[in-house]
Write a protein that binds this ligand. Sequence first.
Ligand SMILES: Cc1cc2nc3c(=O)[nH]c(=O)nc-3n(C[C@H](O)[C@H](O)[C@H](O)COP(=O)(O)OP(=O)(O)OC[C@H]3O[C@@H](n4cnc5c(N)ncnc54)[C@H](O)[C@@H]3O)c2cc1C
Length: 281
Amino acid sequence: MAGKYKEIKERFGQNCLFGYSAAAFSTYRAGGPFEALVTPPSRLDLAWLRAFCARNDIPFYVLGAGSNILVSDKGLKGVTAVVSKLDKVRVSAQTIEAEAGALWDDVARISVENSLGGLEKTSGIPGTVGGAVFMNAGAFGQETFDALESFEIMDNSGYVKALRKAGVKYGYRKVEGLEGLIILSAVFKLEAADRKELLLERNRILAERSEKQPLEYPSAGSVFKRPTGDAASRLIDAAGLKGLRAGDAQVSNKHAGFIVNLGKATASDIYALMQTVRAEC
Ligand SMILES: Cc1cc2nc3c(=O)[nH]c(=O)nc-3n(C[C@H](O)[C@H](O)[C@H](O)COP(=O)(O)OP(=O)(O)OC[C@H]3O[C@@H](n4cnc5c(N)ncnc54)[C@H](O)[C@@H]3O)c2cc1C
């Protein structure tokens, strides 16, 4: 173990794994090893790690639940920090404050249980609060940024500041200016609503997801963004690509927007299939 990694291992102990496979971590169940996968137990530890990597020129990445990543079969050099231990959720009046590692669907469920409307249509989106803020995740016409009021970020020296939604440029599945930053927490301003109706809507959406999406196979959800006025899955279906395979990666027969891992797909198989679909549509 090289000197700089030794220091990380000494600080993080069992929370630092070398060579942990992305096939075990990501929802694609594919990809090579992370050189170092670190799960900081506190913000202070995360700040130390971020600054240490910056000072020592170690490539640094941050991940939530790995439900929207494809790691190369060659693996990922450097340090990958997972924020799953920063997962507190606090409800007060019409506000929910959640740390980045909290699971998104837990936050959606908690909002519904507290008669708070604004997140219920995003029920069932896998991943974390940090991942959802990073890409403005959304579904059924509701997006993370609709209810978002502000969020905290950490820069590469470990410095923390809060950003208000009004000061951030965002759009459909994109947020500008977050490269190299770690999202630490988010505050959502919600509306008082009828609990029973919210619960019905949440259950309807969860049922629709399991009816229409191939949740029985590993995937990262819909791969392609929606073109204006159309749906990627419709275009892929119309191009006759449902069922197309590269190795064990397949354009889902159930939902053409999904690429699924039938069992032994490599990241290269998945990537090759993405390129073919892109070229054909
Ligand atoms: C079955 C299935 C269904 C899905 N359905 C939907 C859907 O309906 N709508 C939708 O929008 N998405 C959907 N997704 C995609 C995915 O769940 C979301 O994009 C989710 O928000 C990703 O969160 P994550 O924590 O898993 O992020 P990860 O996959 O861990 O990371 C994704 C990106 O976010 C960055 N990131 C993660 N956490 C942080 C952080 N704390 N600070 C800074 N950057 C961070 C990472 O660096 C990476 O670039 C689906 C995925 C699956 C598998």
